[in-house]
Design a protein around this ligand. Sequence first.
Ligand code: AMP
Length: 577
Amino acid sequence: MTASLQGQMMDMPLTVSALLAHAARFYGTVEIVSRRIEGDWHRYTYRECERRAKRLAQALIALGVEPGERVATFAWNGYRHLETYYGTAGFGAVCHTINPRLFPEQIAFIINHAQDRYVLFDITFAPLVDRLAPQCPQVRGWIALTDDAHRPDMRTPVSSYETLLAPHDGAFDWPRIDERSASYLCYTSGTTGHPKGALYTHRSTVLHAYGAALPNALGLSARDVVMPVVPMFHVNAWGIPHAGPLAGAKLVLPGKDLDGRSLYELMEAERVTFSAGVPTVWLGLLAYMKEAGARFSSLERMVIGGSACPPAMLRAFEDDYGVEVIHAWGMTEMSPLGSLVKLTGEERRRPPAEQRKLREKQGRAGFGVEMKIVGDGGRELPWDGVTFGDLHVRGPCVIDRYYRTDTSPLIDGWFPTGDVATLDADGCLHITDRSKDVIKSGGEWISSIDLENIAVAHPAVAEAACIALAHPRWNERPLLVVVKRPDAQVTREELLAFYADKVVKWWIPDDVVFVDELPHTATGKLQKLTLREQWRDHVPPSARGDADCPLTDVSTDLNADHAGCVPPSDRATRSPP
Ligand code: AMP
């Protein structure tokens, strides 16, 4: 670093306790409403939330938890989980949120790897705890997030959260903590190998909260009623438990019932203005809205991310229900927000079709996130909106290394995201694939995400995945795996014909197969590795030489074929880097 004149401002560490303290002090009467696992609703204020978080801190300290030790949670979005976010990290312990949807073996691995001292769990997870406890001998105690009256009958000795808090009064000052010390620990739910831990710092969590609340990001304020549907057990619910208190926004925490009807009723009852979640959850909400003929009376904006937002979903929320969709991209290793779609004034004046194209992309990086796309040998690629490359990022909220590993994942100081993307001249990101999911046909790349987005725009398709099939001539060709909507009818031929005016001919899948359901990861993403294994022996018609294959009239020189094609969008035909 260059030597320079030292500034003369206070050296106050950025600590997460300050976020809740700020909300309690200045938005003390703003509410936090939770749908409880016990079945009823609970409401209280930021002031009460901070008091109880302090009581938890006192209780954990009394149990002997030291700063730096990990305290884990298995919990839905609710007020006790929120208190745990602050009642652990607030005094220097590390809040380790665990995704209960992972395989029990993976969870046991994670608890042991993180060396969690205590585990706080919602009562829905009692059977899981009974299964895990014998495999996790270093856990000193399991605490059910409830009172004694609701404490489940279990093999494992457990105490109840309310009993734990009872002797403590909340007369506690949050300690001053080094801002570079650890705040939260989140494991990635990788599809291969063991999960890996991203260990955030107080500094990265607070900076992320600042960034998330900004108008060009989530745009939160004290007039908002914010309902994170994205679970607090997955990458800190995209920072909302921190950005919400920072902005003084009312919080609505939906608990375990995430079906369309439950979400809609909660949104209406609490006058939710802003929500955030993955596309799968919103599919359920849209289906309910349509069936019930319901309308939103307060919802203004929603963030859709975690997987590509299908354009059909974007259109449905914006055109049919008047809700602004903010498409967002990010990852656990980035705290997680990386980029969001917020159009500039000039972009909002462009023709609607052009605006829509921009909204379908993943948007611009938030402040503090630097991006580049690279090709072979780390060669940096142009920002022209068409050249695909491996997306690398860096910034103060991006991981430096995984927890308890010796090797750095960085390449020249940048984190390789594993995503393949284009960047246009204005810095708009378009994710085309995970690098391991990309389909390489005759040496050219086909975006599986684009093909899936088209499929789900068909009225008979509920969900679709596109995977690479081995092919003797083209190396790989796309196979479309489809779940039909209930009672809908559609044939393979109709679906293939649906692509005709939307992509170049050689992008059209070679085959379509119908299934009852698609495999998902613990965070709701399509599990393409499993799908590829399931369909490994499927022989596409083009490999059999059937006449209706989209490639049968394509010359052996795919590049010559590309030259005559009109791409469906500005990114459809491009050589790989
Ligand atoms: P996770 O760490 O579980 O949150 O997963 C991060 C990965 O999800 C990213 O690297 C992307 O592959 C994918 N992802 C997240 N948001 C989007 C999005 N808006 N569009 C496409 N892929 C996304």
